[in-house]
Design a protein around this ligand. Sequence first.
Ligand SMILES: [Mg+2]
Ligand SMILES: [Zn+2]
Length: 182
Amino acid sequence: MAETLRAAIFLDRDGVINENRAQYVRTWEQLQLLAGALPALVRLAGSAFAVVIVTNQSAIGRGLLGGQMAQHINTQLVAQLAQAGARIDGVYVCPHRPDEDCACRKPRPGMLLQAARELQLDLAKSWMVGDAVTDAQAGLAAGTRALLVRTGRGSEPGVLPAGVSQVADLAAAVDHILSSPS
Ligand SMILES: [Mg+2]
Ligand SMILES: [Zn+2]
Protein backbone atom coordinates (compact mmCIF):
# COMPACT_ATOMS: atom_id res chain seq x y z
CA MET A 1 0.00 0.00 0.00
CA ALA A 2 3.03 2.25 -0.47
CA GLU A 3 1.05 4.30 -2.96
CA THR A 4 -1.13 5.62 -0.15
CA LEU A 5 1.81 7.35 1.54
CA ARG A 6 1.64 11.14 1.59
CA ALA A 7 4.46 13.58 1.10
CA ALA A 8 4.87 16.01 3.97
CA ILE A 9 6.33 19.38 4.69
CA PHE A 10 7.89 19.28 8.14
CA LEU A 11 8.15 22.71 9.67
CA ASP A 12 10.24 23.86 12.56
CA ARG A 13 8.14 26.27 14.63
CA ASP A 14 10.26 28.98 16.28
CA GLY A 15 12.03 31.10 13.66
CA VAL A 16 9.98 29.67 10.79
CA ILE A 17 6.30 30.19 11.70
CA ASN A 18 6.75 32.54 14.64
CA GLU A 19 9.52 34.73 15.95
CA ASN A 20 12.35 32.95 17.69
CA ARG A 21 12.91 34.11 21.28
CA ALA A 22 16.24 33.67 23.03
CA GLN A 23 14.42 32.85 26.28
CA TYR A 24 11.86 30.57 24.59
CA VAL A 25 8.18 31.04 23.86
CA ARG A 26 6.74 30.42 27.31
CA THR A 27 3.23 31.83 26.98
CA TRP A 28 0.71 32.11 24.15
CA GLU A 29 1.10 35.90 24.23
CA GLN A 30 4.79 35.53 23.44
CA LEU A 31 4.07 33.69 20.22
CA GLN A 32 4.26 36.26 17.41
CA LEU A 33 3.67 35.01 13.88
CA LEU A 34 6.33 36.05 11.38
CA ALA A 35 5.21 38.34 8.57
CA GLY A 36 4.06 36.28 5.60
CA ALA A 37 3.94 32.99 7.49
CA LEU A 38 0.16 32.78 7.66
CA PRO A 39 -0.53 33.28 3.93
CA ALA A 40 2.25 30.79 3.17
CA LEU A 41 0.53 28.21 5.38
CA VAL A 42 -2.82 28.93 3.75
CA ARG A 43 -1.22 28.23 0.36
CA LEU A 44 0.15 24.95 1.70
CA ALA A 45 -3.30 23.97 2.93
CA GLY A 46 -4.39 23.89 -0.71
CA SER A 47 -1.60 21.47 -1.62
CA ALA A 48 -1.49 17.69 -1.23
CA PHE A 49 1.32 17.90 1.32
CA ALA A 50 0.72 16.94 4.92
CA VAL A 51 1.93 19.81 7.12
CA VAL A 52 3.69 18.70 10.30
CA ILE A 53 5.36 20.84 12.96
CA VAL A 54 8.44 19.32 14.59
CA THR A 55 9.79 21.46 17.41
CA ASN A 56 12.55 21.14 20.01
CA GLN A 57 11.25 22.62 23.28
CA SER A 58 14.06 22.04 25.74
CA ALA A 59 12.49 24.75 27.93
CA ILE A 60 10.23 21.92 29.15
CA GLY A 61 13.12 19.71 30.21
CA ARG A 62 14.86 22.72 31.75
CA GLY A 63 11.81 23.36 33.94
CA LEU A 64 11.11 26.76 32.33
CA LEU A 65 7.90 25.72 30.59
CA GLY A 66 5.30 23.24 31.80
CA GLY A 67 4.31 20.44 29.46
CA GLN A 68 0.67 21.53 29.69
CA MET A 69 1.51 25.14 28.79
CA ALA A 70 3.60 23.91 25.86
CA GLN A 71 0.63 21.89 24.67
CA HIS A 72 -1.72 24.85 25.19
CA ILE A 73 0.50 27.11 23.07
CA ASN A 74 0.56 24.59 20.24
CA THR A 75 -3.18 23.92 20.44
CA GLN A 76 -3.87 27.66 20.29
CA LEU A 77 -1.49 28.06 17.36
CA VAL A 78 -3.09 25.25 15.38
CA ALA A 79 -6.56 26.68 16.11
CA GLN A 80 -5.57 30.21 15.09
CA LEU A 81 -4.05 28.93 11.86
CA ALA A 82 -7.09 26.78 11.12
CA GLN A 83 -9.37 29.76 11.63
CA ALA A 84 -7.43 31.57 8.91
CA GLY A 85 -7.65 28.61 6.53
CA ALA A 86 -4.32 26.91 7.21
CA ARG A 87 -4.02 23.23 8.11
CA ILE A 88 -1.57 21.58 10.49
CA ASP A 89 -1.81 17.78 10.32
CA GLY A 90 0.42 17.03 13.29
CA VAL A 91 2.57 18.62 15.97
CA TYR A 92 5.54 16.77 17.46
CA VAL A 93 7.48 18.17 20.40
CA CYS A 94 10.80 17.10 21.86
CA PRO A 95 10.70 18.19 25.52
CA HIS A 96 14.20 17.02 26.37
CA ARG A 97 17.38 18.87 27.28
CA PRO A 98 20.39 18.28 25.03
CA ASP A 99 22.16 16.29 27.79
CA GLU A 100 19.27 13.80 27.95
CA ASP A 101 20.58 12.44 24.66
CA CYS A 102 17.11 11.49 23.39
CA ALA A 103 16.27 10.19 19.92
CA CYS A 104 13.83 13.01 19.14
CA ARG A 105 15.79 16.23 19.61
CA LYS A 106 16.84 17.61 16.25
CA PRO A 107 19.37 17.11 14.60
CA ARG A 108 18.17 13.57 15.30
CA PRO A 109 15.27 12.41 13.14
CA GLY A 110 13.06 10.82 15.84
CA MET A 111 10.09 13.19 15.53
CA LEU A 112 10.04 12.91 11.74
CA LEU A 113 10.27 9.12 11.87
CA GLN A 114 7.45 8.93 14.42
CA ALA A 115 5.27 11.22 12.29
CA ALA A 116 6.02 9.14 9.21
CA ARG A 117 4.79 6.01 11.01
CA GLU A 118 1.72 7.62 12.53
CA LEU A 119 0.63 9.70 9.52
CA GLN A 120 1.79 7.33 6.74
CA LEU A 121 4.26 9.75 5.18
CA ASP A 122 6.63 9.23 2.28
CA LEU A 123 9.86 10.68 3.65
CA ALA A 124 11.71 10.64 0.32
CA LYS A 125 9.06 12.91 -1.19
CA SER A 126 8.96 15.14 1.88
CA TRP A 127 10.74 18.33 2.90
CA MET A 128 12.04 19.74 6.18
CA VAL A 129 12.00 23.54 6.51
CA GLY A 130 13.88 25.11 9.39
CA ASP A 131 15.89 28.12 10.47
CA ALA A 132 18.76 26.17 12.07
CA VAL A 133 21.26 23.83 10.46
CA THR A 134 20.16 21.17 12.94
CA ASP A 135 16.68 21.28 11.39
CA ALA A 136 18.10 20.51 7.97
CA GLN A 137 20.26 17.76 9.47
CA ALA A 138 17.20 16.13 11.06
CA GLY A 139 15.43 16.16 7.72
CA LEU A 140 18.40 14.69 5.87
CA ALA A 141 18.79 12.01 8.56
CA ALA A 142 15.14 11.07 8.09
CA GLY A 143 15.57 10.92 4.32
CA THR A 144 13.75 14.13 3.37
CA ARG A 145 14.94 17.08 1.33
CA ALA A 146 15.65 20.18 3.37
CA LEU A 147 15.46 23.95 3.05
CA LEU A 148 16.61 26.64 5.44
CA VAL A 149 15.06 30.07 5.88
CA ARG A 150 16.84 33.31 6.82
CA THR A 151 14.29 34.26 9.46
CA GLY A 152 14.89 33.41 13.13
CA ARG A 153 18.28 31.81 13.68
CA GLY A 154 18.67 31.70 9.91
CA SER A 155 20.23 35.16 10.09
CA GLU A 156 23.22 33.70 11.97
CA PRO A 157 26.16 32.69 9.84
CA GLY A 158 26.51 28.96 9.40
CA VAL A 159 27.61 26.32 6.93
CA LEU A 160 24.81 24.82 4.87
CA PRO A 161 24.78 21.02 4.67
CA ALA A 162 25.45 19.70 1.15
CA GLY A 163 22.44 19.95 -1.10
CA VAL A 164 20.52 22.28 1.20
CA SER A 165 19.56 25.75 -0.07
CA GLN A 166 18.58 28.78 1.94
CA VAL A 167 15.66 31.01 1.04
CA ALA A 168 14.28 34.19 2.58
CA ASP A 169 11.38 32.90 4.62
CA LEU A 170 8.54 30.41 4.81
CA ALA A 171 6.74 32.01 1.85
CA ALA A 172 9.84 31.56 -0.31
CA ALA A 173 10.23 28.00 0.95
CA VAL A 174 6.66 27.20 -0.04
CA ASP A 175 7.27 28.72 -3.50
CA HIS A 176 10.41 26.61 -3.87
CA ILE A 177 8.74 23.37 -2.77
CA LEU A 178 5.56 23.80 -4.80
CA SER A 179 7.63 24.48 -7.94
CA SER A 180 10.04 21.55 -7.38
CA PRO A 181 9.50 18.16 -9.02
CA SER A 182 7.93 15.70 -6.58
MG1 LIG B 1 13.90 27.27 14.99
ZN1 LIG C 1 13.63 14.43 22.74
